[in-house]
Design a protein around this ligand. Structure first.
Ligand SMILES: [Fe+2]
Length: 243
């Protein structure tokens, strides 16, 4: 089975469309690590596409917040404003579907996916220290995660933990059984690793090869939609910087 792994779409239809065009005919199933909505101006089209096309989906913290408005006191003011806007903009059907999404970890074949970390969907896995701890809670040797909006990941081999810098790696890359991996496919709709292109991953389970990809998309249209919708302007500006 060949998987398209996506995360942190955040209601960005232009970015999702570009990913789908770039990956066309190169995957059999879609896996989504959450944060389908929040920030972007197209929560309904993006949710409807995921509902229809993803074989497995777990919720992200923004899906939970936008569907139910619970926990938004922990969000910064921009995220709070976007969450309230998204809650109102979502159709009743999409809001109900998002509110019923399961939290991770979700098992797929012999690997798993989570939103934040294996123990907490709200936890950010950024540092080696955080990754070392997280490896202690992974149930499979390969875990896909999102939430940080930073493409890359961590590899643990013979008790040594290494951080992946995608720019230094050659893809496709073999994922072997001897090591353990925490892999972030990157954010489709709001990258924060200073690369404004949409991020995603392709994983071929049979050949155990993994590819992390970036693709340019129509950022200007996504930005105009955010401003026209009355969402906070900094949410449009940041798309142009990938931060
Ligand atoms: Fe996110």
């Amino acid at each position: 089975m060949r998987y398209l792994v996506i995360s942190d779409l955040h209601g960005n239809w232009e970015a999702l469309s570009a990913v789908l065009r770039d990956a066309i005919d190169q995957y059999d199933q879609v896996l989504c690590c959450g944060d389908i909505v929040g920030y972007g101006a197209d929560p309904n089209p993006v949710t409807e596409w995921v509902r229809k096309n993803a074989a497995a989906v777990i919720r992200g913290n923004h899906d939970r917040a936008c569907a139910t408005l619970t926990g938004i006191e922990w969000f910064n003011p921009l995220a709070q404003a976007a969450t309230r806007w998204t809650h109102r903009a979502l159709s009743d059907e999409n809001r109900a579907w998002l509110s019923e999404l399961p939290h991770g970890p979700a098992q797929v074949e012999d690997f798993q996916m989570v939103h934040g970390s294996p123990v907490d969907e709200d936890e950010y896995l950024v540092s080696l220290h955080e990754a070392r701890e997280a490896f202690g809670f992974t149930e499979q040797h390969l875990t896909f995660f999102g939430h940080t909006h930073i493409q890359g990941g961590f590899e643990q081999r013979q008790n040594r933990t290494m951080q992946w810098n995608p720019a230094d790696l050659r893809f496709p890359r073999m994922v072997d059984d001897v090591a353990s991996y925490l892999v972030n496919p990157g954010s489709v709709g709001q990258p924060r690793d200073k690369d404004r292109r949409a991020g995603y991953a392709l994983f071929d389970r049979a050949s155990r090869t993994l590819e992390l990809r970036r693709i340019s998309y129509d950022i200007m249209t996504a930005q105009h939609k955010i401003v026209d919708a009355g969402l906070p302007e900094p949410l449009a500006v940041r798309l142009g910087f990938g931060c």
